[in-house]
Ligand binder design. Sequence first.
Ligand SMILES: [Fe+2]
Length: 192
Amino acid sequence: MLSYNEALDLLNRYGKNASWVQHCLAVSRLAAYFSETFAVKYALDPDFIRCAALLHDIGRYKTHHPVLHGVEGYKLLVDLGYPKEAFICASHVFLNSEEALSYGLPKRDFLPFSFEEKLIPLVDFLVEHDRPTSLEERFKSLRERHNGNKDFLTRIEPIEFKTRAFMHQLNREFNLSVEEIARKFCSSGLTK
Ligand SMILES: [Fe+2]
């Protein structure tokens, strides 16, 4: 399995000094923090979550397209021999089997199924660049950024629905507010 230092080397090699690297560091730190909390009830691998979260956006070395960066990240990590982390890249952009095929991936759903696969996109949506945000604000900002892109706007609706449902499930099961924890944790600085 990929170690954290190996994942960090990959991120730095492909991300160079791009600003999205800061986002990846922030998502990884927050996801690792949450995984410790949720591991009380779910069989999670905090090391995997930390590494996969670090690499979820690595496809941005090639494109910032809202879907293709997930596809490119998947292809890169599969080529490098890291299929589990690769799946996170593809599933964090929520690809169904038809979409996967049209982007040159195997015809199968690349959707978050496991707890780990669901946690990373949730944390991704709770971090705007390297700052904490709410799902409300993040989806509003995404819609503004892609204003006029009908395909994106149609696609984002079920993604928002599923992400909100997962967050509410966690809030209920653990009797906490995921958004509030993210805010408090982030106030100490996410990329340090
Ligand atoms: Fe992404």
